[in-house]
Design a binder for this molecule. Sequence first.
Ligand SMILES: NC(=O)C1=CN([C@@H]2O[C@H](COP(=O)(O)OP(=O)(O)OC[C@H]3O[C@@H](n4cnc5c(N)ncnc54)[C@H](OP(=O)(O)O)[C@@H]3O)[C@@H](O)[C@H]2O)C=CC1
Ligand SMILES: O=C(O)[C@@H]1CCC=N1
Length: 272
Amino acid sequence: MSGTDHPTLAFIGCGRITRALVRGLVAAGHTAHAMRGVSRSGAGALALSREFSLTAADGNAAAVRGADIVVLAVHPHETREALAALSGLLGSEQTLLSLVASWRTEAVAAALPGVPVVRAVPNVGVAVGAGATVLSAGPHADAPRLAAVERLFAPLGETFVVGEDLLEAVSAVSGAGPALVAHFARSLAEAGRSRGLDARTAAVLAAHAVRGTGALLAQEGVTVEAVMDSVASPGGMTEAALRVLDEDEVSAAVRRAVDAAVQLSMGRLARA
Ligand SMILES: NC(=O)C1=CN([C@@H]2O[C@H](COP(=O)(O)OP(=O)(O)OC[C@H]3O[C@@H](n4cnc5c(N)ncnc54)[C@H](OP(=O)(O)O)[C@@H]3O)[C@@H](O)[C@H]2O)C=CC1
Ligand SMILES: O=C(O)[C@@H]1CCC=N1
């Protein structure tokens, strides 16, 4: 542990989700000195060291030495090679925290015998303290290990613990969720432009619609139906607009989008 009782962290893979995590952790008071990173080309680790003063480690051994939690954040197809390069470097006192989609914890654990494994699906909202992180304990990860990982993510938004079988669906809905919502925001902005708004105004208004809706939904007891009802004046513009979304089966399209993501993940699922 570092002096502040925060765990010492090693990031294997320094791309998008690692950047979001490091940004959120630094904002939550973690010292970048207690974080090391490695990436395949070194470019990702170097970028994070420039942006956050995280230590760009000289190889895996230097990165994981003394780390409490080793965060694996590489692509599914890069994972076998990354795990092979970690072989023999980790001990049972450390936790391997896998963010890798489509890799079951037992498959990760098989490559690192005796090392406790926890799997997490964060989303990029962790960068701004508004993330959702869904956790599942894998082999050798007892309740205190899981609790330590929950404490890591707690300041970055909400945390949930589920059975691992649900994590492919979680990855599609929550992990990919911000991109799906951003897609809708873009459509809303483009529609505004087509009605004469300048590009910047349209983008800002769409972003605020998403932000305000999120803030309302974050309130205790507020449902999506309640938000829709609070906007839609009877017989008014919102009803007219929502009717078109229903007629065009936008909900069915969203379901197909999530299905496509889950199917991709299931098709490449790595099991022990
Ligand atoms: N992005 C997201 O919102 C989320 C992502 N995830 C999961 O996190 C993982 C990473 O995704 P993301 O951050 O988007 O991916 P990125 O492509 O942004 O980053 C991948 C990183 O892994 C590095 N890398 C690849 N192979 C190795 C290796 N053998 N050793 C060390 N580093 C390596 C790359 O290095 P280099 O730059 O040199 O190629 C790069 O820094 C994926 O499995 C994804 O499913 C989960 C939830 C959300
Ligand atoms: O796009 C991906 O595959 C990863 C998993 C969920 C979010 N990003």
